[in-house]
Design a protein around this ligand. Structure first.
Ligand code: BES
Ligand code: MN
Ligand code: ZN
Length: 476
């Protein structure tokens, strides 16, 4: 799917969207009295009205400027998503967003909602009735919008679509090697470097966590290193983004039951898809930053050679871990990536992972669980970005006491802690492997949806992409 954004004061499409800030003030929108009355009626209990003139489809969006900026923008995105639904139904392939009286902020958010809400994954649909309908062209019919803002919006939408596509792809068509190859093509297109470690190299590096999880797989593991360096970088020490790349999680010998818990586990590489899409954005937009992404990848399956509960493994850091549940696999490969990250002397490391059902149980699909050792100011900045793009974060504590349940009788640590506070005990496990400012993001709740949440479409949502993009742009 590709959506073209443009700035042209002349109308381009059959459909036009206007934003208003008072339910009864239609400013310069060309309307007949009858249309005006019709729209007023629709806006009594709705934020979106439309008038179908047969050769023209007008949308009027009411946005409440009194709300805080984050909520206000979200309102515009959601209205955009509703518009996308109508465009699809009416089979209209483009729209003009008019912002005569509106500010560029609201029209960008509206366009963002139209674009993100139009996403569909139709690769495996073979019937003719599923022809893809979406607004291929979104035109800003106004003067006060910058080319940079449009280019960034376009790159951001592209980044979200790439991440969603990767998450929605079944593991049969996206094993660890294929995932790494996808990163390489993204790098070629956007302009970042990719280095893919194969099994031999991973063995040389003694990444025992990743290798243990991979033992039950018929496919080799990969460890992808993506690098984007800007000559004008604002950060001397690189920001390292680590993403969980488990292309399918059966639980291994600690097998998940299929219904509910295994059905959607192709989404377990969502963190990897997110960080790759974020560096894709950074490279496309030439952000003045130094960025590195690390994505350890494999599937997690039971097999004759699979790692077992009771095993002790040697991690990349040299630490030993007693495996007591092969379904707590994410932390094992993330730990290897986190200790590997040390060599870059990073200023900040953020890992993002569909790590625990516990995070999803705690806050559901509407937020991202965060914890870490970075300064309060970094958390504040991340929180601000979360509010801004409506991928909100909730900070969980890493109190010492939570670490106690990770003690092992025979090794340095166990890979599972107490069930209570499970998202935190997973974080405590990871903390053991970091030696720099660090933030851990658990996206098990929002990464994959079974029913759409406005423009967060069904299936892979790319949760975390817009959060990290906003955060990095503020840094740059
Ligand atoms: N990939 C899962 C977590 C997950 C759950 C992701 C729901 C997306 C939606 C992870 O590897 C896992 O299995 N975690 C276990 C850990 C437990 C065994 C300590 C969990 O949360 O049950
Ligand atoms: Mn698991
Ligand atoms: Zn997993």
């Amino acid at each position: 799917m590709e959506i073209q954004f443009s700035i042209n004061s002349e109308w381009q499409s059959l459909a036009k969207a206007f934003i208003i800030f008072a339910r009864t003030d239609f400013g310069g929108i060309p309307l007949s009295d009858a249309e005006r009355a019709y729209i007023l009626k629709q806006l009594e209990d709705n934020n979106l009205a439309n008038v179908n003139r047969y050769n023209e489809l007008l949308f009027v969006v009411y946005a409440d400027r009194l709300k805080d900026q984050g909520v206000f923008r979200e309102q515009c995105r959601r209205a955009g998503n509703e518009i996308a639904g109508v465009l699809k139904k009416e089979k209209i392939g483009g729209i003009d967003v008019y912002f005569g009286d509106a500010d560029s902020d609201s029209s960008i958010a509206l366009a963002e909602g139209i674009a993100l809400g139009s996403y569909q994954f139709v690769k495996y649909k073979t019937s003719a009735e599923t022809i893809l309908w979406y607004p291929e062209k979104i035109n800003f019919a106004g003067n006060f919008i910058s080319k940079t803002a449009i280019d960034r919006l376009s790159a951001m939408v592209e980044a979200v679509f790439i991440a969603r596509d990767l998450v929605n792809e079944p593991a049969t068509y996206l094993n660890a090697v294929m995932l790494a190859n996808s990163f390489a093509s993204m790098g070629k297109e956007a302009g970042f470097e990719t280095e893919i470690f194969d099994k031999r190299k991973i063995e040389d590096l003694k990444m025992g966590g990743l290798l243990a999880v991979n033992r039950g797989s018929i496919d080799p593991p990969t460890f992808s290193v993506l690098k984007y360096e800007s000559p004008n970088a604002k950060n001397i020490k690189p920001v390292v983004l680590v993403g969980k790349g488990v292309v399918y999680d059966t639980g291994g010998l600690s097998l998940k039951s299929t219904k509910d818990s295994m059905d959607y586990m192709k989404c377990d590489m969502a963190g990897g898809a997110v960080v790759a899409s974020v560096i894709y954005f950074a490279a496309k937009c030439n952000l003045p930053l130094n960025l590195i992404c690390l994505i350890p990848s494999t599937d997690n399956r039971p097999d004759g050679n699979a790692y077992t509960p009771g095993d002790v493994i040697y991690m990349h850091s040299g630490a030993t871990v007693e495996v007591l549940n092969t379904d707590a696999e994410g932390r094992l490969l993330l730990a290897d990536a986190l200790s590997f990250a040390r060599k870059y002397q990073p200023g900040l490391v953020i890992d993002i992972a569909t790590l625990t059902g516990s995070a999803a149980m705690a806050i559901g699909q509407h937020g991202i669980v965060a914890m870490g050792t970075a300064d309060e100011s970094v958390f504040r900045s991340l929180k601000r970005s979360g509010d801004n793009v409506y991928e909100r974060i909730v900070e969980f504590p890493l109190w010492e006491e939570y670490g106690e349940s990770l003690k092992s009788d025979i090794a340095d640590m166990k890979n599972i802690g107490s069930r209570e506070g499970g998202a935190i005990t997973a974080g405590k496990f990871l903390e053991h492997f970091v030696s720099y400012p660090w933030i851990h993001l658990d996206i098990a709740g929002p990464a994959f949806l079974n029913t759409a949440d406005h423009y967060r479409t069904k299936g892979g949502t790319a949760a975390g992409v817009r959060l990290l993009i906003d955060f990095l742009m503020n840094m740059a």
